[in-house]
Design a protein around this ligand. Sequence first.
Ligand code: AKG
Length: 289
Amino acid sequence: MLTDQDIAAYHRDGVIVVPDLLDAGTLTELRRVVAEIVAGAAAVTEHNDIYDLEPSHTPAMPRVRRIKAPHKVHPLFDQIVRGQPVIDILTSLIGPGLRLHGSKLNIKAAQYGSPVEWHQDWAFYPHTNDDILAIGVLLDDTDLSNGPMLVTPGTHTGDVWNHHGEDGRFCGLIDPDMIKPEIAQAIPCMGTAGSMSFHHVRALHGSALNTSNRSRNLLLYEVAASDAWPLMGVKDYDEFNSRLLAGPPVNTPRLTNVPVRMPLPPAARQGSIYETQLGASKSYFEKAA
Ligand SMILES: O=C(O)CCC(=O)C(=O)O
């Protein structure tokens, strides 16, 4: 459970890291499942519904950048987000009703794992209210050397920055020249494997190339209060409700006074944040050779 100080820190900063939430057995099993899924990329030559691939991927030398929706690929991922320790924390931050918006596993392999440019998740999936966060489960010990996620405290109550490119289309990143002071104040989400970060949907964040000789795998779950409804709409109400983690279905969305920019017109390149961000002419982080 979180302390009152943890809850206050989340509301003040828009980000907290809770140490050692996963037990050693679950972590070992999780790593085994991830290795098995990654090995499956040897049969793949292009991005598909499961894999987002590094630019240098070949079937002979599989390089996976992201497993796109791990909760749809293996039941263990669903079990973790529905486990009591996680539900208790989510309930104290944005509960009681909770719905999984999505999941993804960003694989930053040693030496070349790709950066993610500065953005706010809110720009990708605005809702009727912003009681929404992302959980980042550290699958590796994470420190400054292997590309931790960087989050700027306090940005969750401020602007919603423009995430559109020069062509007027959504490109999923903010012009780094517009956010120099905020970038300078970012803090790394670090800890031992099994720790979890919780960051607000409007918090500014990004992360650098992994130039170390250790991997940095980060399992992300996006979770919304069940009365936060996606402004891009609900295509399948049963599927939407199948993602409830706590509480009954809600068809009376709660509307609050939140700033919104729609991710429209849609990105020229779809499929993952890495592809979407290629639509921008400027970037901040160094890329792999
Ligand atoms: O992998 C990371 O460190 C950043 C994750 C992120 O911001 C994203 O995938 O939206």
